[in-house]
Design a protein around this ligand. Structure first.
Ligand SMILES: [Zn+2]
Length: 177
């Protein structure tokens, strides 16, 4: 399947009328708020947008987003990769008032002059999906090595189990004899 960039802005009504589906990638530079919030976008953002109508004749946009970002692990400060797997349905509403009263299962989106800014919408969805605190999974290998590392340092601080400390003692004793 050919991979192409998604358009930045589309006229929603036309796409809804033709039941269009848009698929493609979005370059990092088009998602500045995401770039700012993460260490890096580690797998380019790909999205599918399916345009249609719901049972009450409201325009809806099915949105699927894939990719991955690196966040800072709050335990070890190394990067932790977070997969983006977002699937949601946006309901086009006329204005902010209607957006506030919209039922919760339908995420409202307000269009500007009938236009959807795809980049802004993707930024919103990605930022909403990011964990507040990023952590490596508990049983990851780096977590184990970190614990081991701390253990060695603690023992070393007390002069225990440190092969160099033993050597030093031997040398000193050798010098005294
Ligand atoms: Zn970590």
């Amino acid at each position: 399947m050919p991979n192409q960039p998604l358009p930045q802005q589309v006229t929603v009504r036309k796409l809804v009328e033709s039941g269009a589906k848009l698929s493609g990638f979005v370059a990092d530079v088009r998602l500045p708020r995401v770039v700012e919030a993460v260490q890096q976008i580690s797998a380019q953002v790909q999205a599918d947008l399916q345009f249609g109508m719901d049972e009450s004749n409201k325009m809806i946009i099915g949105v699927k987003i894939h990719g991955s970002v690196d966040l800072t692990c709050q335990r070890c400060l190394d990067p932790v990769t977070v997969q983006l797997k977002i699937a949601t349905t946006l309901t086009v509403v006329a204005h902010d008032e209607e957006a506030r009263s919209c039922i919760r299962s339908h995420e409202p989106i307000v269009l500007d002059e009938g236009l959807l800014n795809i980049d802004h919408m993707l930024e919103e969805e990605i930022l909403l999906s990011l964990p507040v605190v990023a952590l490596h999974p508990k049983v990851s290998t780096d977590e184990i090595s970190l614990v081991e590392h701390e253990g060695i340092e603690r023992r070393a601080a007390r002069g225990l189990d440190n092969p160099f400390a033993v050597l030093k003692t031997l040398t000193t004793e050798g010098g005294q004899e």
